[in-house]
Design a protein around this ligand. Structure first.
Ligand code: ARG
Length: 413
């Protein structure tokens, strides 16, 4: 038998444990397992133990939390990334980073095959496969759950035979610092309210404290750099904010989502920091960017989110859009205060040295410097074509009477 070396993305769960065993059995493969830590609350020592127990020849634990925050989440914040205006892309964002690590290990270990536990129905397979193809076109991709048509019942049976622990967990969970995705079980009926048991990072509105809590977030070039006046790294800031906002029930998302493969699915998320930071960031953009940049950026932002959701991380358009985003974000500096209360993150204050808001323009008080006389001529030119078109299409004609009145008004001025 030829010597097959496979790198497997290993979570320690049922699917990937079954795959780990099965690849040795079916292909006589030497399997190297890789677990990438992006902030999932797992026992990584146990995962390593399991990997060796089920036959891995080598196991890698890679702590990529910092990298995830700095190189991935950071971009998502600048792009106000919300797929279909709802999902902060937590799972989607981590996939290209995991792929990068798998490829690194595959190259180092001389493995020609990269395997993962994705089903054939979700988005993650698109993200994994396209990422691997971009970074290591020579690699063979093995996707046993889909390719070997593994069903849950069969997997359970197989697991029992091989001493792989089967839990009675109902939900499929994916977790990292940017959010927690929950699928399956009763959630598959979109008409039913998610039961309290699916949530771990957030309290219910009912249980949230009656008293609001205020947080102030400082931004530099569109990136959060401080929390309540204290400078900190993005990773630390996100972890802290997940705690604080989660305590107030902020960040629960119940979303009917369009997957890449065409399926509509009901997805439930918890993303307290993501929801709070994107709200604050978007608000600061309104204060500091021109209306034309804001208008255009919303198109750029939604396209960026679309690309990342659909696994097109390596599409040149993403980098091109980021060129625009980074240029725009140069002005996004300042502080935003958010009130966290009973499931809500409400922006209640913002300030910036770059603010385009000018009280001397906006005020109705005496100190206004805005010349109101300019408004009349502006309005006439601004709406000229629209008014003309309406008049023509609806047969509205000015009468000589009106022009006489206009003349009379002029003599008064
Ligand atoms: N629908 C989300 C996405 O495609 C989350 C998928 C999460 N996976 C899970 N096993 N819960 O990004």
């Amino acid at each position: 038998m030829i010597n097959v070396r496979i790198v497997l993305a290993y979570s320690g769960g049922l699917d990937t444990s079954v795959i780990l065993k099965l690849m040795q059995e079916k292909l006589g493969a030497e399997v190297i397992t890789v677990t990438v830590d992006v902030g999932q609350k797992d026992d990584f020592e146990k995962i390593e133990e399991k990997a060796y127990k089920f036959g891995a020849v080598k196991h890698y634990y890679i702590d990529a939390k910092e990298e995830f925050a700095e190189n991935y989440v950071c971009k998502a914040i600048k792009a106000n990334a919300l797929y279909e205006n709802a999902y902060p892309l937590s799972t989607a964002l981590a996939r290209p980073l995991i792929v990068e690590k798998l490829v690194e290990v595959a190259k180092k270990e001389g493995a020609g095959i990269i395997a993962h536990g994705c089903t054939g129905k979700g988005n993650d397979q698109v993200r994994f496969n396209l990422g691997i193809k971009a970074l290591m076109p020579e690699a063979e991709i093995l996707q046993p759950v889909a390719e070997w048509n593994l069903t849950r019942d069969w997997e359970m049976e197989y697991a029992k035979k091989h001493g792989i622990p089967v839990s009675d967990k109902i939900y499929s969970i994916d977790e990292n610092i940017w959010g927690r995705s929950i699928e399956g079980g009763v959630l598959e009926d979109p008409s039913i309210e998610p039961p309290e048991e699916v949530f771990e990072w957030t309290v219910s509105i009912e249980k949230a404290p009656d008293k609001p809590e205020y947080v102030t977030i400082g931004f530099e070039n569109g990136v959060p750099v401080s929390l309540n006046g204290e400078k900190m790294k993005l990773l630390e800031l996100i972890l802290k904010l997940n705690e604080i906002a989660g305590k107030h029930g902020v960040g629960r998302i119940d979303h009917i989502e369009d997957r890449s493969v065409g399926i509509k699915s009901r997805e439930v998320y918890e993303a307290p920091a993501a929801v709070t930071l994107i709200k604050a960031h978007q608000d600061l953009e309104k204060l500091t960017l021109t209306k034309w940049v804001i208008e255009f950026k919303s198109i750029v932002d939604s396209k960026w989110s679309w690309l990342v959701y659909n696994g097109l991380w390596y599409e040149p358009l993403r980098l091109a859009l980021e060129g625009f985003i980074d240029e725009a974000e140069k002005a996004v500096n300042g502080e935003v205060t958010v009130k966290l209360w009973k499931g809500n993150a409400i922006v209640v204050g913002r300030k910036s040295d770059n603010a385009l808001y000018d009280v001397k323009m906006a005020t109705y008080e005496k100190f206004s410097t805005f010349d109101q006389k300019l408004a009349k001529g502006f309005i006439e030119l601004f709406g000229m074509q629209s008014v003309l078109a309406y008049n023509m299409l609806h047969g509205v004609h000015s009468t000589s009477n009106i022009s006489e009145i206009k003349e009379a008004i002029k003599t008064l001025e």
